[in-house]
Design a protein around this ligand. Structure first.
Ligand code: KG4
Ligand code: ZN
Length: 334
């Protein structure tokens, strides 16, 4: 079998990333330029700022990637690019760069769905076994994805309002924690006790959807009320109670989904997949079932181009290709 060597791009949100992936399973390099500092003072990602950073960073990242992988354009067999979902201006920077490389070097252009990318971050651990069920949790997504076989994706549950990571970032903000607040709240959650009775929405509903806006409001109201009456709340206890509420719902819905969709493998991916509490709870519940639990490697939970290259290798085998008319699709589904 001929070696596949893919140059992959990811610019859907606030990381500019370029990777070189061999055969869909080996990372030769994975360059990630984060813009977090530029967005911190706004408390979240500012789309216009993000696009400008991608423009400044993209060629630097391409050169760094080729150099550190000891690869030239002539060695490549394809170019992969995230074309959605994401911020349109950010997506377009990566798409344009990928098109230029593909066109100039006569390489196939492989369009990749960002969510499929997150799922394929696990491909570096071992090839996915089907049927599989994935929980993709990030700053922009909270989705249960059913994969009956390779190349087939179906969203069976999703958030009706805020994404899980977004909720972490928003409640972190009222505690004075910098964006992105997820990692700090996770750490605090391991230092406190569950003393606040936060709501667990849609737990009993007969579907696999999520809702986190009620939890977010309850949290913010609790903090504001305390401020008004001059009471100081224990931040660790707040974090523990919040994290328990989020992870209880995620895990309960995932287990219910597994009852209806018996999978061989359960995949946890996306930025929030780095959450220790979530990993622990899923470990515990999944150990009671005859199922393999595969977590995205910690380094590849957040946005990166390596996962896009892994997904592209699979998608290309299933015939995915694009031409110079490829456009960004901010609301891309499967
Ligand atoms: O996948 P990602 O890098 O970007 C998106 O596609 O959204 O995810 C970033 C999100 C942020 O909301 C961040 O707060 C959250 O993932 N996050 C965490 C943790 N690490 C990152 N949330 C909870 N616990 C963590 N340990
Ligand atoms: Zn993402």
């Amino acid at each position: 079998k001929q070696t596949s060597l893919i140059l992959s791009f990811e610019t859907s949100c606030d990381e500019t990333s370029v990777a070189v992936i061999k055969d869909g399973t080996e990372i030769l390099t994975n360059i990630v330029a984060t813009q977090i500092k530029s967005h911190q003072r706004f408390g979240g990602v500012v789309p216009e700022v993000a696009s400008r950073h991608h423009i400044e960073q993209i060629t630097i990242c391409i050169n760094k990637a080729l150099e550190s992988a000891h690869v030239t354009y002539a060695d490549l067999t394809g170019v992969a690019i995230t074309y959605g979902p994401g911020l349109v201006g950010s997506l377009l920077v990566g798409i344009t760069a990928a098109k230029v490389v593909a066109w100039a070097h006569h390489l196939p252009l492989i369009p990749v769905n960002h969510i499929v990318g997150h799922i394929y971050a696990t491909n570096f651990e071992h090839p996915i076994e089907f049927p599989a069920l994935a929980l993709v949790v990030s700053g922009g997504h909270t989705e249960l994805v059913w994969m009956p076989q390779e190349g087939e994706f179906k969203i069976i549950g999703e958030t009706r309002d805020d994404a899980a990571g977004e909720t972490y970032d928003k409640i972190g903000r009222v505690m004075g924690i910098n964006y992105p607040a997820g990692p700090t709240v996770d750490k605090l959650a391991h230092e406190g006790q569950d003393t606040f009775d936060f709501p667990r929405a849609m737990m009993k509903d007969d579907n696999f959807d999520f809702s986190f806006s009620g939890l977010k409001s309850a949290f913010i109201n609790t903090v504001h009320h305390a401020d008004q009456v001059g009471e100081t709340l224990d931040h660790a206890n707040l974090a523990t109670s919040f994290q328990n509420a989020v992870t209880d719902v995620l895990v309960a819905k995932a287990m219910r989904a597994l009852d209806k969709y018996p999978a061989k493998e359960f995949i946890l991916a996306g930025g929030v997949a780095a959450n220790r509490g979530l990993r622990e709870k899923l470990d515990q519940e999944l150990s009671k079932r005859d199922i393999e639990f595969v977590k995205a490697p910690l380094k590849l939970c957040g946005d990166n181009a390596a996962m896009i290259g892994a997904a592209a290798e699979m998608l290309q085998r299933h015939g995915a290709k694009a031409d110079m008319s490829l456009n960004a699709d901010p609301g891309l589904e499967f």
